[in-house]
Design a protein around this ligand. Structure first.
Ligand SMILES: NC(=O)c1ccc[n+]([C@@H]2O[C@H](COP(=O)([O-])OP(=O)(O)OC[C@H]3O[C@@H](n4cnc5c(N)ncnc54)[C@H](O)[C@@H]3O)[C@@H](O)[C@H]2O)c1
Length: 517
């Protein structure tokens, strides 16, 4: 595979894409246009707070230079969102829905282009990136439907008087995203926000700043007012400016627990509501009466999607002692078979981790696990694909650790890489106690054919997103979010409307005022 620069043609502004009949290849995309976006267009900063390189994980090559926003830029973006809010919040739900459905249609049309950009900036496989784009589109379609249903209540009072409630938007919402699902996170935050009549300023992770701008452009092309979704690029400093901005009504954050705590503290100072989607160290419990083939497939889905960089991953795999040998044999065989390599190829199942720094961190966790007594059954090593273009990419082999104990670092901390820790258990009571012995509470899963046991276990697991006989399935129609330190609030599902709107009560007097004075 060699550079194909002469074959590329621009399809989306600023990005070089192959014509629809050709596919992009790793190591060829150039990104020149600015990635900040407000007042309906991309903005180049002459006075950027900082400029730093963004990498292509598959090749280790610099993809573009990111301009970080300072206070004045954040203020411009928030003002842009304020002016869009004035128009958007007064539109009927049907009118908002129409624009959102058009945006969803445009995303479907551009599915391949967006997925390729995601792969090139994030390193995940194209197969997964396409599903992420689908999830983003479905989320926008789902909340477009809900936009038409927003309504209040009418309550009869005595003497012909009555009260009614109005479900109203909050104002300018801020979204701050992590790097593992860049496009999908931007959609999962903006869709419910705008369905409720809010506008948004979104800050992507500085590691993966490239795809969210395609979403902002798409809303605009679909007919949304200028400033409905704005993007400010940057890191901690830019995020802090957003959280403290006096015109911001709410902060919705996806990221790590330590950053989530800081966000909550900042929002508390302005008495702003928060949605926090944070990290996890979730248990997956496999009983001896399960369908073993399905349980093994579930364990792989629970650990190796997105190179293991998934918040809800079931990385503590508790296996009932009688089936441990069969489980390990099957899971190791399938893990060894995972095809690692160029994430833009259709048959690749595991691409590159997001950055050199993160790859080193994950490999460090494997070394630490070995020192603490865990046994590496497969993987956990640097991987260099045969294609020379990929030789500086951030690849590792997916790892299964056996002989794990509850107090090991690999069992207690979120590794956020392709590392599965296998533990054994004997009784239901024991596995429940051990599963819940964590400050996290994002997700949990159980494999068993005993339906009473399945529901009993799930009832007693302290986790917000649970699975019976499957894992990591996230339909947009159902709420997603965590218990305990894994978060506050929910994304997706009807309940999310409550996190992006507020209720006004109006009491209407039909008689005379009965004054006590
Ligand atoms: N629960 C979920 O839905 C979910 C989904 C994806 C990722 N995650 C979690 O995200 C983490 C990985 O993502 P990450 O490394 O990008 O997380 P992170 O916490 O380092 O950063 C997340 C975002 O916060 C910004 N940020 C950092 N410091 C800030 C501050 N002081 N004020 C405002 N913004 C600030 C970053 O620039 C980035 O955009 C993992 O812990 C993972 O579990 C959770």
């Amino acid at each position: 595979m060699g550079p194909l620069t002469s074959l590329v043609t621009p399809c989306l502004r600023g990005m070089c894409f192959l014509p629809p009949t050709r596919r992009a290849s790793s190591g060829t995309m150039q990104i020149k246009d600015p990635l900040n976006f407000w007042c309906g267009s991309r903005v180049s900063l002459s006075d950027a707070k900082k400029v730093e390189p963004v990498y292509e994980p598959a090749t280790g090559r610099v993809l573009c230079q990111l301009q970080h926003c300072g206070a004045a830029h954040v203020d411009e973006a928030v003002r842009s969102a304020c002016s869009a809010f004035a128009a958007w919040s007064k539109m009927a739900g049907m009118e908002r829905a129409r624009i959102m459905l058009e945006a969803a249609r445009l995303i479907e049309k551009r599915r391949e282009e967006i997925a390729e950009v995601e792969v090139i900036n994030n390193g995940k496989s194209i197969t997964e990136a396409r599903l992420d784009v689908d999830s983003a589109r479905l989320c926008i379609e789902y909340f477009a439907g809900l936009a038409t249903t927003l309504a209040g209540q009418h309550v009869q009072l005595s003497g012909g008087s009555f009260a009614y409630t109005r479900r109203e938007p909050l104002g300018v919402c801020v979204g701050i995203g992590a790097w593992n699902y860049p496009f999908q996170i931007a959609a999962w935050k903006s869709a419910p926000a705008i369905a409720c009549g809010n506008s948004m300023v979104f800050k992507p992770s500085p590691v993966t700043p490239v795809s969210a701008v395609l979403l902002a452009e798409t809303y605009r092309q679909a007919g949304a007012p200028e400033g409905l979704l704005n993007l400010v690029q940057g890191a901690e400093e830019t995020g802090t400016l957003l959280c403290h901005h006096p015109s911001v009504a709410k902060v919705s954050f996806t990221g790590s627990v330590p950053t989530g705590k800081k966000i909550m503290e900042m929002a508390a100072r302005g008495v702003k509501p928060v949605t926090l989607e944070l990290g996890g160290k979730s248990p997956l419990i496999i009983f001896e009466d399960c369908d073993l083939e399905n349980a093994v497939r579930g364990a792989l889905m629970a650990n190796f999607l997105s190179q293991g960089q998934v918040c809800s991953n079931g990385t503590r795999v508790f296996v009932h002692r009688p089936i441990l040998p069969q489980f390990l044999k099957k899971v190791v065989r399938r893990t060894r078979d995972i095809r690692i390599g160029d994430p833009l190829l259709d048959d690749t199942r595991m691409g590159a981790l997001v950055s050199r720094l993160h790859l080193d961190k994950v490999l460090g966790y494997v070394e630490q696990a070995k020192k603490e007594g865990a046994r590496v059954l497969c993987g956990g090593e640097l991987f260099t694909p045969a294609d020379s273009i990929l030789k500086h990419g951030y690849y590792m082999t997916p790892c299964v650790l056996d002989n794990c104990k509850d107090d090991m670092t690999c069992v207690r901390e979120e590794i956020f890489g392709p590392v599965m820790s296998v533990l054994t258990f004997d009784t239901e009571e024991e596995v429940l106690q051990r599963s819940n012995d964590t400050t996290f509470g994002l997700a949990a899963g159980v494999f068993t054919k005993d339906i009473q046991r399945a529901h009993r276990i799930i009832e007693n697991l302290q986790a917000g997103s649970c699975f019976i006989n499957n894992y990591n399935i996230t339909p947009v129609e159902v709420p997603f979010g965590g218990y305990k330190a894994s978060g506050i609030g929910r994304e997706n599902g009807q309940v999310t409307i409550e996190f992006y709107s507020q209720l006004k009560t109006v009491v209407v007097e039909m008689g005379d005022v009965d004054s006590l004075f």
